[in-house]
Design a protein around this ligand. Structure first.
Ligand SMILES: NC(=O)c1ccc[n+]([C@@H]2O[C@H](COP(=O)([O-])OP(=O)(O)OC[C@H]3O[C@@H](n4cnc5c(N)ncnc54)[C@H](OP(=O)(O)O)[C@@H]3O)[C@@H](O)[C@H]2O)c1
Length: 327
């Protein structure tokens, strides 16, 4: 099969497009003919050797795929050949390819009428945002939800889901264009953290109370501010560190302000609680059918141009998702 291959750590431009052997299939695994692959922030890290997972060289990056079942392992009973699935690869890589091996337990059937590009755009971003807000953040109707990096993949999904669940959504992003997109997708208020004082604006928008739930996929300086801007009984959701800095927390802030610091790891959640993940998606598919969720794909590239997609992510140019198509 043809695939994007990482032969040495470095920038996306060092990736090559070529022939790569198909991985063998385990008893609980499925081989998908990949039609679309989501490009995610960890893909930019894994090719640089900066991710917690370091596959043996050479390897194929990418972990989020949508496609058709072409082979099933001996113990797979949930799916059959020809089914359309959105899925994570078994290994956490191997997705930027014509074929990928996925774990059957962690796959979700694509609803009738949804195309492969949308499916690849939804799985990780919406799966993460929903799990963060519902199981981890326990967002209630009428509560304030602040989303950092609100026009990114996870961020924009959180804006839409938070709004659909009845939250008062404050979107935080680095440009007015990005904030406009967040507004178009349901944000009630916006903060441009590149030119406005985040702490002051939060005080203004919440009448000094602070926010009830904060979803933070960015970390760094924004997290430092958020750790001082939570309401009593608030939930600060640690989702990621796109800024490149994993912040340190003076733990007395959690005590003094009476909020909870809650870790979110969707990939692990899918492994531990696949049924709950499946139910989350059934609810999201209903909301999608009702027009409450409208995933944004700002750009698609053919598989061989994966480097452009990864550079867009690194250059902070992506709104919503960027997707690779595999014709
Ligand atoms: N915990 C989990 O289960 C889970 C699941 C999925 C993703 N994640 C993590 O969540 C983070 C965001 O993922 P994503 O897919 O939403 O990424 P994304 O689409 O690239 O969005 C990240 C956002 O971070 C902001 N940002 C701030 N500094 C940045 C920098 N130096 N480089 C790039 N972006 C920067 C950007 O918004 P502004 O320009 O507006 O600042 C960007 O829109 C990543 O760290 C990812 O690993 C975690």
């Amino acid at each position: 099969m043809r695939a994007i291959i990482c032969k040495e750590y470095g920038s996306p431009d060092r990736l090559v497009f070529g022939e790569f052997p198909c991985a063998p299939l385990g008893p609980n695994e499925i081989r998908l003919r990949v039609h679309a692959a989501g490009v995610n922030f960890p893909d930019t890290l894994i090719i640089q050797g900066k991710y917690q997972l370091t596959p043996p060289m050479p390897f194929v990056p990418g972990f989020e795929v949508a496609g058709k079942v072409i082979e099933i392992g001996q113990k797979v009973v949930r799916f059959k050949i020809g089914d359309r699935l959105m899925a994570l690869t078994s290994s956490g890589y191997g997705g930027f390819a014509e074929e990928a091996v996925i774990d059957s337990e962690r796959a979700v059937p694509i609803p009738h009428g949804m195309d492969y590009v949308t499916s690849a755009a939804i799985y990780t971003a919406y799966g993460t945002a929903y799990h963060a807000l519902v199981q981890r953040g326990k967002l209630k109707e009428g509560e304030t939800l602040l989303v950092v990096g609100a026009s990114g993949g996870v961020g924009l999904a959180a804006v839409e889901i938070g709004k659909a669940l009845g939250g008062k959504v404050i979107a935080v992003a680095s440009t007015d264009e990005k904030l406009q997109i967040a507004k178009d997708h349901g944000a009630d208020a916006v903060i441009n953290y590149a030119r406005e004082n985040l702490k002051t604006r939060i005080k203004e928008l919440t009448n000094g109370a602070g926010v009830d739930v904060c979803l933070d996929p960015v970390g760094g300086d924004a997290f430092d501010v958020m750790s001082r801007s939570m309401n009593w009984n608030g939930r600060l959701l640690v989702v990621g560190f796109a800024s490149g800095r994993i912040p340190q927390l003076p733990i007395n802030l959690v005590l003094l302000k009476g909020y909870q610091l809650v870790g979110v790891y969707w990939g692990s959640f899918v492994t531990h609680e696949p049924v709950c993940n499946y139910e989350n998606f059934q609810h999201m598919f209903e909301m999608h059918a009702e027009g409450k969720l409208n995933p944004v794909v700002c750009q698609t590239y053919p598989l061989e141009q994966a480097a452009f997609a990864l550079n867009d992510l690194l250059g902070r140019r992506v709104t919503g998702k960027v997707i690779l198509t595999v014709p």
